[in-house]
Design a protein around this ligand. Structure first.
Ligand SMILES: [Zn+2]
Length: 202
């Protein structure tokens, strides 16, 4: 919570003394327009950008809220992201938007420790999503053919990686014919690799 001096609040991050409109109201137990969060609005945005440099949006917000002492509530986050999606061209600032919706939420929370999801959970979900989005198994089967159950993950990872290595330096677009030649080459590489490992693949 920012300190008040003669009607001004001091941002704990940038140290600037500014009037109340530059700060979001603090949420802790109940909404109060008199109590403000410890960082000014600009610094809240900057912290979010900072965390988004290496975390997904949900985790980044979680981190900013942890600094502000404000609980992360999944339902409120979902509401905010839905609304942001609709206001595609005129998105309200994310942290402020979240605090506003949290203050309207029927349940009252006392502080950050009331958050209903942990950072680990968010990050685990993110890495699962990343893997799933990188590898659509149906699509892989179509491109590379079927592999045994205990092997397909390894096969598809190897094939995708090898194909990328072979083709990423090629100038210009690849036509279907060229694409197929490179895929054949990758499959041959994979067969060779398995054979070298002593595996029995034909
Ligand atoms: Zn600031």
């Amino acid at each position: 919570m920012a300190e008040v001096t003669n009607g001004k609040y001091v941002c704990e991050l940038c140290g600037q003394k500014r009037n109340s409109s530059f700060f979001y109201p603090y949420y802790g137990g109940q909404y109060s327009d008199k109590t403000k969060v410890r960082y000014c609005k600009d610094c809240c945005s900057k912290r979010l950008v900072h965390y988004k440099g290496f975390l997904n949006e949900q985790a980044a917000l979680w981190m900013v809220l942890s600094e502000l002492g404000i609980p992360f509530i999944k339902a409120v986050y979902r509401q905010v992201t839905d609304e942001q999606e609709i206001k595609r061209n005129n998105k309200p600032e994310f942290v402020g938007h979240y605090i506003k919706r949290l203050s309207e939420y029927p349940k009252i929370y006392s502080g950050f420790w009331d958050s209903d999801i942990g950072l680990n959970e968010i990050l685990e979900k993110q890495s699962q999503d990343d893997e799933n989005s990188e590898m659509d198994l149906e699509e892989m089967k179509e491109i590379w053919g079927k592999y045994p159950d205990d092997e397909y993950a390894e096969a598809y990872i190897f094939l995708q990686k090898t194909f990328k290595e072979y083709t990423e330096e090629l100038p210009g677009d690849m036509d279907a014919n060229l694409t197929n030649r490179y895929r054949d080459l990758c499959k041959a590489e994979y067969r060779k690799r398995k054979a070298d490992e002593g595996g029995d693949i034909s």
